[in-house]
Write a protein that binds this ligand. Sequence first.
Ligand code: NDP
Length: 281
Amino acid sequence: MNTLIIDGKKISQDIKNELREEVDNLKKTGVNPGLAVILVGNNPASKVYVSNKKKACEYIGIRSFSYELPEETTEEELLKLINDLNNNQEVHGILVQLPLPNHINENKVLLSIDPSKDVDCFHPYNVGMISIGELNGFLPCTPAGIIELIKRSNIDIEGKKCVVVGRSNIVGKPVANLLLSHNGTVTICHSRTKNLEEICKEADILVAAIGKANFITENMVKEGAVLIDVGINRLENGKLCGDIDFENCKNKAMAITPVPGGVGPMTIAMLMKNCVKAAIM
Ligand code: NDP
């Protein structure tokens, strides 16, 4: 089978270029999109994510306001900063990099962000809008990235059997909701699912968001399926790999996303899209 390897790097670059042009035009009308990025503590992975987000802002022309706070920042101090940013007209989007240190209640912090500035789409208001099928506001970044990858590869979702393995609030549940909004027939699987292999084998579109290296094997995949791999797992040899056994599944698939270079780069591109949306909403 002539398998399409979906190039997330290219598609995300296309989106960033489109946004750059849009921001250029917005600036001519006096709108100057701004994103506040808050990092608490010294988590090395978080530092890399934050730096990549700031770089993307710079490329697109979004102003970024950076707040790098020490590990011992109190919940009260963080909530006060978010309140100030909620009231700052120059800031259209607020992003709090997760995870937060243990002494800070993550939910309380995410709830304190004004839903109209919640570019990560974690606030229950925005999550609720997605679940009632209202897709004109913010879209959850990784799930929206997955939908873009599918659409820009000219793959139809309507009427397709979609199986999502994973039910996290960040990926599994919201991607299932978006697939449903695009008229897919959606099944969500998780660690207690029985007959996982048979369910996966029925999927026209299979989304794996599990966090276990090479978990989806060739025998779980239907001939001609579209395979979307969200997983990012580091192997003992230091290499990254996804939740889908790429080498063995790719020959069976109609299309497949690689790791790295598939879903990963889409998350920041969709975050940037939300930032631009925030400035014009
Ligand atoms: P979570 O750990 O929050 O969720 C994992 C899900 O997988 C859970 O719902 C769990 O089920 C399910 N699961 C675990 N084991 C099994 C099993 N044996 N059979 C069936 N289901 C199982 O992870 P996330 O959703 O946050 O992330 C998933 C992966 O995606 C990770 O590798 C992460 O690094 C990556 N990721 C990538 C992003 C990107 O930008 N590309 C963004 C976010 C995440 P249960 O609920 O029953 O425990």
